[in-house]
Design a protein around this ligand. Structure first.
Ligand SMILES: Cc1cc2nc3c(=O)[nH]c(=O)nc-3n(C[C@H](O)[C@H](O)[C@H](O)COP(=O)(O)OP(=O)(O)OC[C@H]3O[C@@H](n4cnc5c(N)ncnc54)[C@H](O)[C@@H]3O)c2cc1C
Length: 448
């Protein structure tokens, strides 16, 4: 039986980050991955979706830039670059890299056999610490007849070979909006069905409204407050019936109705760890799930983002290395890579109210307040919203819908995480002309 300091189960971005840090510190590490080292993000989520979105986005940028002819999208060229970016679904270089870094790499499903014991590839391994980083699985909603029609998850949708003429997305949060943006940009007729009363419903209502306007301008049909209840084939097409009685014809149904932490079927019960109400592994502030058991990433259900998984990976590795580190989740950005980008951080107004925070809010149109949107594109787009804690004089939330918002939301992210006083933010001098300048306008509008 092989003995290790740490066994990492699942080598997505969370598991990899923990393993990398532990290996660098000279620990004996075994890593076990049943599919591809790199996980969902590298092959079927963040990387392929952002690579694919870039084509229509660049074309849109050219269209909106004065004096630039509109380029055509070369789909085979974009698809080839996508294939390169997902390494042609081949992780042999990653396997080699981990072996060279000193890890024992096992490709195959892991099964926990009790505290500190894991079976994989016919071997029994032991370790002082288990890091569970098994990610999440797409939710398959109960829709009658779904088994009879063409259904894709994010995996097929981000590895598409031929763009379908029509797609119906079940779910209007980040994944649904991003995939809808891509397929619409590629000329497909896109319908999004969202059970909540607005898109991206975990953010402030204004964000959902602006997202819907953006998608409508791209020709996307959005049904909010609706749920698909049935699906059937009709000749070459699929007909999806919604609970409001509408029928939508499509070529493919894409599931974007959320993801569930992957906690079942690999012996987790033998460790006696608890699950949260959202189905994730319950962890303490050190990402510890029990004695010698740690969990990182989507499987914790804290928030399903790569940057969060990597952060928890760093926290866990540091704790295993005896560096005593606590995870905190304030000021972690959330971006939907639509066109323009939709970025948010911190609390929504409703969450702040639930916590009894006395707030001040400000919303501004970027075109009316700063110059960069005008130099960037004709008919400039963009809005910024801020939420402040009146009593403490700090920002507690922000959202932005604008070009490059994924980049400049970090100004608010840092302000929230570091609790920078608004008086200091007001004294900051931003480069002219930039989108960042909008913060000063919105901060002044808070009137604190
Ligand atoms: C379409 C889409 C786009 C996204 N875009 C973004 C984005 O732009 N930015 C962002 O921050 N987040 C994005 N996300 C979310 C992001 O992909 C996840 O938050 C991230 O992949 C989570 O990483 P993880 O390491 O927790 O899990 P995963 O990446 O899912 O990795 C878990 C790994 O564990 C392995 N595994 C599971 N069980 C076992 C077992 N028993 N034995 C061995 N191996 C096992 C799996 O095979 C998998 O490789 C997106 C998600 C989707 C669906």
């Amino acid at each position: 039986m092989d003995r290790f300091d740490v066994i990492v189960i699942g080598m997505g971005c969370g598991g990899m980050t923990a393993a990398d840090r532990l290996l660098k510190a000279g620990r004996r590490v075994a890593v076990i991955e049943r599919e591809l080292i790199g996980g969902e993000c590298s092959y079927w989520a963040c990387i392929p979706s952002k690579t694919l979105l870039r084509g229509p986005e660049a074309r849109g940028e050219a269209e909106r830039t004065a004096g630039v002819a509109t380029p055509a999208i070369d789909w085979p060229g974009l698809r080839d670059y996508h294939d390169f970016m997902v390494r042609h679904l081949d992780d042999s270089a990653q396997v080699k890299g981990y072996e060279q870094a000193g890890a024992t790499v096992i490709k195959g499903p892991a099964r926990i056999a009790g505290p500190g014991r894991v079976e994989a590839d016919g071997q029994l391994l032991e370790a002082d610490h288990l890091v569970i980083a098994t990610g999440s699985q797409p939710v398959r909603p109960a829709i009658e007849g779904l088994d009879q029609v063409t259904v894709w998850t994010n995996r097929e949708a981000t590895n598409v070979r031929d763009i379908p003429s029509r797609v119906l997305l079940v779910g209007g949060s980040a994944v649904g909006v991003e995939l809808g943006t891509f397929y619409a940009g590629m000329g497909a007729q896109v319908t999004i069905v969202q059970h909540a009363s607005r898109l991206i419903d975990r953010e402030d209502p204004r964000v959902g409204e602006l997202a819907e306007q953006t998608l409508a301008a791209q020709g996307v049909t959005v049904h909010t407050g609706a749920t698909p209840v049935g699906a059937r084939t009709a000749g070459q097409a699929t007909v999806v019936t919604l609970d409001n009685g509408s029928q939508v014809e499509t070529d493919v149904v894409i599931l974007a109705a959320g993801r569930r932490p992957a906690t079942g079927g690999f012996g987790l019960d033998t460790l006696g760890v608890a699950l949260t109400g959202r189905g994730g592994i319950a962890v303490d502030e050190h990402c510890r799930a029990g004695e010698g058991v740690w969990a990182v990433g989507d499987v914790t259900g804290v928030a399903l983002f790569t940057h969060l998984a990597m952060y928890q990976g760093r926290v866990v590795a540091d704790n295993i290395l005896g560096r005593g580190r606590t995870a905190t989740y304030d000021g972690i950005p959330r971006v939907v890579f639509a066109d323009p980008e939709i970025a948010a951080v911190g609390l929504t107004a409703a969450q702040a109210a639930d916590r009894g925070i006395a707030t001040a809010t400000a919303q501004i149109s970027l075109a009316e307040t700063v110059d960069r949107p005008w130099t960037y594109e004709r008919d400039p787009r963009g809005a910024l919203g801020l939420l402040a804690d009146r009593d403490r004089g700090i920002l507690v939330g922000a959202w932005a819908i604008a070009p490059l918002a994924s980049e400049w939301i970090h100004q608010a992210a840092l302000a929230i995480r570091a609790q920078i006083p608004i008086s200091v933010l007001l004294d900051q001098v931003a480069q002219y002309p930039t989108y960042n300048e909008a913060y000063l306008v919105a901060l002044e509008k808070l009137g604190l």
